[in-house]
Design a protein around this ligand. Sequence first.
Ligand SMILES: NC(=O)c1ccc[n+]([C@@H]2O[C@H](COP(=O)([O-])OP(=O)(O)OC[C@H]3O[C@@H](n4cnc5c(N)ncnc54)[C@H](OP(=O)(O)O)[C@@H]3O)[C@@H](O)[C@H]2O)c1
Length: 334
Amino acid sequence: MKNILITGASGFIGSFLVEEGLKQGFEVYAGIRRSSSREYLPDPRIQFIEFDFSSHENVLKTLNECKIQQIRFQYIVHNAGVTKAQKKEDYYNVNCRNTKNFIEALIEAELVPEKFIFISSLAAYGPGNPVTGEPVRLSDEPKPIELYGKSKLEAERYITSLTGFPWLIFRPTGVYGPKEKDYFVFFQTINRGMEPYIGFRKQVLTFIYVRDLVRLIFLALDSPHRNKAWFVSDGRQYTSAEFAEITKKALGKKTIRFTVPLFMVKTIAVIGERVVGLWGGIPTLNTDKYNVLSSTNWRCEVDPLEKDFGFQAEYDLEKGVTETLAWYKQNKWI
Ligand SMILES: NC(=O)c1ccc[n+]([C@@H]2O[C@H](COP(=O)([O-])OP(=O)(O)OC[C@H]3O[C@@H](n4cnc5c(N)ncnc54)[C@H](OP(=O)(O)O)[C@@H]3O)[C@@H](O)[C@H]2O)c1
């Protein structure tokens, strides 16, 4: 039986990866932390392994225990990561240092899998050119604009520097779907009858529905590709107004539309950062977030996905948002 280890299995994308692995007949090992919730991992076939990636010794100890039990991972999807953090150093520590600890321990324990998939992010490359509107391409020089993207890029640079290590890297744009908590705030705002915009410039957004993303990851496991990276989106582009329209239609809501000027958002971000920074924290609206919110071109090149995997997204935003909102309603989130 094929087997797979999925780290960050307790999270939004991780729980869908686990579900897909089971559906495809894999023996699935869910890599979690001792503190992780198992709420979205109810299937009795799931085998749990607790990792502490913050320490090389601890990861190595866990891997050596796996070896004693004759567990050898055929595939690994390293999906554990933080997209937002309470302290600046958390981005680097979780997304980069932990990834390094994990890979070094895999090599030392002689448990290098057939394929190691790293879930990076479009943020590692940053937004596309706002003037030309061209998508970010694989051949572009990465220009991350916030700590999150920088930490993913640093992890990528470590991974791609390895020789003889069978990595694949995926850089998804914004991922949405059931259980997701960030786009949910936007859906909730629309549901409450408000339609906020940040700045007056047109913003081009891209998305990938979580089920399409996990389908792609499993196609990649089955492919002959190694040591290659891809951006991931559904191949379409949407303005923020279109995103709002689709959401309003799916919710059957009318809204009051308003725009917060960019300078106001920046002022709040800078002041918040100074104040919360006194205690070593980062406010939800910070200068990094401002950089992301004020970027107007989030297109990325996805033709290689079709060429390399025959992948085409099954969900456009309307179909995905409708399914997502149905889940939120069913689960009484809205
Ligand atoms: N969501 C997006 O739009 C998006 C876009 C591009 C890339 N990604 C990447 O996709 C991956 C999954 O993101 P997500 O949206 O599913 O986020 P999520 O719901 O917050 O899940 C994150 C997962 O990582 C685990 N994790 C966090 N810190 C950890 C640590 N120090 N040690 C071990 N595990 C840790 C979490 O475990 P606990 O449950 O214990 O906290 C959780 O299982 C991340 O690598 C993220 O950067 C996400």
